[in-house]
Design a protein around this ligand. Structure first.
Ligand SMILES: C[S@@+](CC[C@H](N)C(=O)[O-])C[C@H]1O[C@@H](n2cnc3c(N)ncnc32)[C@H](O)[C@@H]1O
Length: 238
């Protein structure tokens, strides 16, 4: 049987990120990209260069996430685990931080960092964000840094986020929406010519999908130019 469109996209995504993780060939100039996204030098200095080099985010959701009462936090599409490791460094063993990603090689890198930094409160899970192996109403905060844009079925993804969040729980995300340039290649290349932009949708559509999934209090924190698209920082509540 031929793989479905969804399976094909997921295969492409995994192949792309596996290759990056295996070769260490991540996007260049990670520290400056992270600083432009809002991370502070003091945060980045806490991480080994090996990990920092793998930064593939489009924002810094920890800067606008209210973590005060969050006992359990999941970092969806955590990549090399920058946000989850920073959270876990902060919280020690007191709270649960889950680093979640579909790419085994990236998850393996995060496991290595967990050992190196002694992050006992960090749990690392490999899987597809459309089917998260976590019970309902179990998470206080979802962090997603350049991950929602990669979803090939955002309605199912947001239903899944709604399922795992506790009532009153929050999503704090940095994501991508189209910029001024029309990206002609996107409809034919789901990976957007290797730039992971194939599943990017306009803000109104994204906001509508969150509303349809039952989320409320859509709040945009900031927009940033993220050529050839736009980065958006937002939060919503269950
Ligand atoms: C653009 S990278 C962002 C990584 C990380 N959040 C960061 O800020 O560096 C997107 C990540 O999402 C992961 N990903 C893509 N599709 C996924 C899926 N269906 N389920 C879980 N993770 C996924 C990729 O493996 C990749 O690590």
């Amino acid at each position: 049987m031929n793989p479905s469109r969804e399976q094909q996209i997921l295969q492409l995504i995994r192949r792309r990120y596996s290759h990056m993780a295996a070769t260490g060939n991540f996007l260049p100039d990670a520290r400056n990209r992270a600083l432009a996204c809002g991370y502070k030098h003091s945060q980045l200095d806490l991480l080994p260069d090996r990990i920092l080099n793998g930064f593939s985010g489009c924002g810094s959701p920890l800067n606008f996430a209210d973590v005060r009462n969050a006992q359990t936090i999941i970092d969806i599409g955590c990549g090399v685990g920058i946000d989850s490791c920073l959270l876990s460094i902060d919280f020690g063993r007191d709270r649960h931080v889950i680093a979640f990603d579909v790419t085994e090689e990236l998850v393996a890198l995060t496991s290595r960092t967990k050992k190196e930094l002694g992050l006992e409160g960090l749990r690392i899970v490999c899987g597809d964000m459309h089917q998260i192996p976590i019970g309902p109403d179990s998470v206080d905060l979802i962090i997603a840094n350049a991950a929602i844009n990669l979803s090939f079925d955002k309605a199912s993804l947001l239903a899944e986020f709604f399922r795992i969040l506790k009532p009153g729980g929050q999503i704090c995300a940095s994501d991508l929406i189209p910029g001024d340039t029309v990206l002609d290649e996107l409809p034919i290349d789901p990976m957007g010519a290797n730039t992971s932009l194939g599943q990017v949708i306009p803000e109104d559509e994204l906001k509508g999908l969150f509303g349809n999934a039952g989320f409320r209090n859509w709040q945009v924190i900031a927009y940033r130019k993220f050529d050839p698209v736009t980065a958006i920082d937002f939060r919503v509540k269950k």
